[in-house]
Design a protein around this ligand. Structure first.
Ligand SMILES: Nc1nc2c(ncn2[C@@H]2O[C@H](COP(=O)(O)OP(=O)(O)OP(=O)(O)O)[C@@H](O)[C@H]2O)c(=O)[nH]1
Ligand SMILES: [Mg+2]
Length: 439
């Protein structure tokens, strides 16, 4: 396998830039750039030299001999000065070395996975951590990177494997030798299913914390939707004008509400329109409102009590309802059958604090750190749901015990896919070898 190298830091001027090298030739590469190999895992100051002995830069060199490295291979890190030309000179010196080539995207992490340094949920967590923009996202990714989710999934998988071993025992041995084997398997699976169900129930919160809570603003033209978006974002993200039908495309801003990531969308005003482009904008507004986790209906307080039915329908029963332009007209107690209503002025900012408090609380209901490490991606959720379905089938199943073993096998495989461990037979052998019948 070739030895790979790549910058580990973003390009551009910076104090320090890091080059990472991984593979069997990493040590040789370091020696030819900077002389003898330093003590493992100790930063040493070295002069890095090109093939003709010319000085490329002076910086720190670190040597991580396998297997105690990020990838599990021999790894070298060079900390050089963070200029484009310096980085280029170092990479140019590495490129012609025998056995070395530039790394593909994600290749270091891929090697870490292949060498058993990380399982798949940790690989995903690493990507999430790099992308994390809010404190909540960071905490969730860090927890997953520690292996919390993987450990949870592996514990479930091992429970199903034990149940499977019971069932296999019932198949392999005469019935009188294993009176309780099948019953033991059933009891084990019965204890497990609620745990999977609980994780599935909590998964929307975990997934939204990773990907953002999608909030859509809907309302009739000119109600002040774009003004509200701008007031929330604290900048002029969307065009505001007195012309009805100003916004046509969906305008998105990314917000950090109390550590939770929010994708807030402003949309075209809802009305009957003959204009083709506006019509398309309205269609998009309705699609976005439908797909959102949370909707804000913006109404012009001057229209009270004639509320736009199109808006109320698109906003649904759980929307936050804003009566905007409270600086012009204040609606006394706009009781709307138990709905969350707000009087505010997007222009003056009056009433915004109460509204933002409520919006943040709603977002917190939708997303957050779950008690146990959560299923943060659809991929996890779908696999766990599939596994739970197979376990359900196993519990419902009657008669042929061999067929029921297949349900467990499929349940194990679905869970194994999440962490990337799919070696059912192998593990089963291990568990079965010192398996005491009836236990
Ligand atoms: N007095 C007052 N005027 C406001 C307020 N909010 C918005 N406006 C005005 O209302 C008009 C329409 O505002 P926009 O934010 O563009 O409304 P919109 O709902 O996005 O309109 P469309 O994009 O056309 O659907 C502009 O002239 C704003 O200045 C407010 O709180 N008070
Ligand atoms: Mg607008």
């Amino acid at each position: 396998m070739s030895t790979i190298f790549a910058p580990a830091t973003a390009p551009g001027p910076a104090g320090v830039a890091v080059v990472r090298i991984s593979g069997t030739e990493a040590g040789t590469a370091l020696a030819s750039l900077a002389g003898t190999l330093p003590e493992p895992r100790k930063a040493v100051l070295r002069t890095f030299r090109g093939p003709a002995g010319e000085v490329l830069d002076e910086g720190l060199a670190l040597w991580f001999p396998r297997p105690n490295s990020f990838t599990g291979e021999d790894v070298v890190e060079l900390h050089v000065h963070g200029g484009r030309a310096t980085m280029r000179a170092v990479l140019d010196a590495l490129r012609p070395m025998p056995g070395l080539r530039p790394a593909e995207p994600g290749e270091f992490t891929r090697r870490a996975f292949e060498n058993g340094k990380l399982e798949l949920t940790q690989v995903e967590a690493l990507a999430d951590l790099v992308q994390a923009e809010t404190e909540g996202q960071r905490r969730q990714a860090a927890r997953q990177l520690e292996g919390g989710l993987g450990t949870r999934l592996e514990a479930w998988r091992s429970e199903v494997l034990k149940a499977l071993a019971h069932v296999e025992a019932a198949i392999d041995f005469a019935e009188d030798e294993v009176p309780d084997a099948a019953a033991g398997a059933v009891a084990r699976v019965q204890r497990l299913v609620p745990q999977l169900d609980a994780a599935l129930g909590a998964s929307p919160r975990a997934e939204r914390l990773r990907a953002g809570v999608h909030v859509a603003i809907v309302g009739p033209p000119n109600a002040g939707k774009s003004s509200l978006l701008n007031a929330i974002a604290g900048r002029e993200a969307a065009i505001v004008s007195a012309t009805a039908g100003t916004t046509r495309d969906v305008v998105e801003v990314h917000l950090d509400l109390d550590g939770m990531p929010v994708v807030l969308a402003d949309t075209a005003g809802l009305r009957e329109s003959l204009d083709e482009i506006e019509g398309e904008g309205i269609r998009r507004a309705l699609v976005r409102a439908e797909a959102a986790d949370l909707r804000i209906a913006v109404l012009d307080a001057a229209d009270w009590p004639n509320l736009d039915t199109r808006t109320l329908a698109a906003a649904g029963p759980d929307a936050l309802i804003v009566f905007n332009k409270a600086d012009i007209r204040y609606v006394p107690e706009p009781a709307l059958c138990g709905r969350d209503t707000f009087q505010l002025s997007a222009q003056t900012g009056a009433g915004m604090d109460r509204f933002m408090g409520a919006l943040t609380a709603r977002v917190r209901d939708q997303a957050g750190l779950t008690e146990e490490p959560g299923l943060t991606r659809a991929r996890h959720r779908e696999a766990v749901a599939e596994s739970a379905a197979h376990l359900g089938r196993f519990l419902e199943g009657q008669g042929d015990v061999a067929l029921r073993a297949e349900d467990l096998r499929l349940a194990v495989r679905a869970l194994g896919r999440v962490t990337g461990r799919v070696d059912v037979e192998e593990l089963l052998d291990v568990i079965f070898r010192d398996f005491c019948i009836g236990k």
